[in-house]
Design a protein around this ligand. Structure first.
Ligand SMILES: *[C@@H]1O[C@H](CO)[C@@H](O)[C@H](O)[C@H]1NC(C)=O
Length: 302
């Protein structure tokens, strides 16, 4: 009886999976920050909220900073993995994009660095997008691509215009229907006017939705209000799954002073939540098999 009941339950009413994706410019995230218990503690709380978290401005050529963060995140019942891009930059100053994700139901399927060698406009990006394709254990959405971007402030409009070419490149390459573009775009205040934002191909394409509005403040400083960090979604299925989006105000949520918060970063993370469904029947299979076996054993059928 209970076997059929469970099967019925997970077919009719599969477990919901509230799936959070975040982008956080962690401002010079390197040895010094990870060595400070107070800062590491806040970053761990921020990243733990997310099933997939993109960190930007990471300085970790040896991989020790990210290892330390992942070690601080991991618990017996909650495991994370990370993928780091190479150090990206034109001269000696470089940064990495780092994706940290819950390893239990998420897998990295593919990844590549955008070449940025278009003959008509080579080397547009100071930090070329490092694109990742994830496989999710959810029948609601199995295939997800994230294009990260941290623009150079003075070049925000040129880089964001070129980001559309990256988007097209990704679509040609993978034929993926669910694409997210996110990061510290510097898309506001003196770096990008509202008028300029509206003229971007990323904006005029009706199939791309901007989830973080021009009136959102993604900066920690009380004295500034700029919508620098953004999340854009492409694809009907993905767009329909979006439940909410906004900033995570860790000053308020973790009860910090402005000065304490600024030690962590000058940016707030931007986040979005998707309403997914877990492939429940698949996770129930081992217990179902056991149940059937014990049922058969009880009635001396095996
Ligand atoms: C974040 O929270 C602090 C503390 O409550 C508040 O003063 C600040 O205005 C908030 N910032 C944003 C961007 O919402």
């Amino acid at each position: 009886m209970s076997v059929w009941f469970l099967l019925l339950l997970c077919t009719v009413w599969p477990p919901a999976w509230s799936f959070r994706i975040c982008a956080f410019n962690a401002q010079h995230f390197g040895d010094k920050k990870v060595a400070s218990d107070d800062i590491l503690d806040v970053v761990v709380k921020i990243v733990r909220r997310c099933d997939i978290c993109l960190l930007q401005e990471v300085h970790d050529p040896k991989g020790v900073v990210v290892s330390k963060l992942v070690a601080a995140l991991n618990r017996p019942d909650d495991a994370f993995l990370a993928v780091s891009s190479p150090s990206l930059g034109r001269k000696s100053y470089t940064e990495q994009y780092v994706f940290i994700y819950r390893s239990f139901r998420i897998r990295v399927r593919d990844q590549y660095k955008y070449e940025d060698d278009d003959p008509s406009a080579p080397d547009v990006f100071a930090r070329e997008p490092y694109v990742i394709r994830f496989a999710l254990e959810s029948s609601a959405m199995q295939d997800l691509v994230i294009i990260p971007q941290h623009t150079e402030p003075e070049k925000a409009s040129t880089e964001l215009e070129a980001l559309y070419d990256v988007f097209m490149d990704v679509r040609r390459r993978w034929n993926c229907k669910n694409i997210i573009l996110m990061g510290d775009f510097n898309a506001g205040c003196k770096y990008l006017s509202k008028k300029k934002t509206k003229s971007l191909r990323l904006h005029t394409d009706p199939e791309i939705r901007w989830l973080i509005s021009d009136s959102t403040d993604t900066t920690v400083k009380e004295s500034t209000s700029c919508p620098y960090d953004r999340i854009l979604v492409y694809g009907q299925k993905l767009t329909n799954l979006v439940e909410s989006a906004g900033i995570y105000n860790f000053t308020k949520e973790l009860d910090l002073s402005e000065a304490e918060a600024l030690k962590v970063s000058d940016h707030y993370p931007v986040e979005m939540e998707l309403d997914l469904i877990l492939d429940g029947c698949r996770t129930l299979l081992p217990s179902l098999t056991l149940l059937i076996l014990s049922f058969l054993a009880t009635y001396h059928l095996v």
